[in-house]
Design a protein. Structure first.
Length: 263
């Protein structure tokens, strides 16, 4: 049958193993230092593993593949991870089912969303752009994209750093004052950017600028988990034991869902 399934670019895979941990179905394994699909019927094509890959080596494609077998997958998970792994599998499976029913299915980062069916407030009228005074921006640096920022830029010196997902500013009008004010930023998308070299650049930024804290401001979709994976790896490589790493999770409705300190 033709269906959605994971594809792994072995040239981009750095062997970190994050995707193996991120796959609740146990469909992935490390073989000779590279991630591989161990059995097609264990991959549900939902793509949780994409969000934890720091190099962009994984993507969901549609091709001829053996049908996903939920019961066989559950037994596989039990055999390799025991009851605790089965519990995690069931939780992930329930989450996937709920999101598929709420949309057309597939990667939640690509699901169509238009307003809120439960909201009773009328649509706001569109505003015609007019040149002149605007709401002041809190941004005080340029460039902002992780590809472009120099690791030794003066705006990084002794300031907190926000690694900001590309989608977050358009989802939440609070991003300017909540995250950018008084901080340096680096904007990135782990799903659409060419992320080769991102971990190395972040490592250099964190190692040499006296940054006391880095905040990952990401969306709640799984693919944004790649930002967290990259920052955590860079923080570890930097050798900093005093660095605080926080993750701020922004919902699709623009609300700040959770802020937590990462180990």
């Amino acid at each position: 049958m033709k269906r959605k399934i994971i594809k792994i670019d072995e040239e981009l895979c750095n062997g970190c193993g994050n995707c193996v941990i991120g796959c609740a179905e146990g469909a992935l394994q490390m073989v000779d230092g590279k991630a591989k699909v161990v059995n097609e019927k264990f991959c549900d094509g939902f793509g949780d593993c994409i969000g934890v890959c720091p190099t962009g080596a994984l993507e969901i494609i549609e091709r001829e593949a053996e049908a996903y077998d939920e019961e066989a997958t559950r037994e596989h998970v039990r055999s390799v991870g025991g009851d605790e792994a089965v519990e995690r599998f069931d939780e992930a499976n329930a989450e996937h089912d709920a999101k598929e029913k709420a949309s057309a299915g597939g990667c939640p980062g690509m699901q169509i969303r238009f307003g809120d069916e439960n909201e009773s407030k009328p649509d706001k009228p569109a505003v015609t752009p007019v040149c002149g005074q605007v709401i002041p921006s809190e941004l005080n640096q340029w460039p902002t994209q992780l590809h472009l920022v120099p690791p030794q830029a003066p705006f990084f010196k002794n300031r907190e750093l926000v690694v900001l997902s590309t989608c977050a500013p358009s989802a939440s009008p609070d991003v300017n004052w909540r995250f950018i004010r008084g901080r340096a930023i680096a904007i990135a998308c782990p799903k659409l950017d060419r992320t080769e070299g991102y971990v190395e650049k972040l490592t250099e930024i964190l190692k040499s600028n006296g940054i006391p804290k880095v905040i990952i401001a990401r969306m709640e979709v799984p693919c944004c988990g790649g930002l967290t994976a990259m920052v955590k790896e860079a923080a570890q490589r930097s050798g900093r034991t005093d660095l605080i790493v926080e993750e701020a999770n922004i919902g699709l409705d623009g609300n700040l869902k959770e802020v937590k300190t990462l180990d």
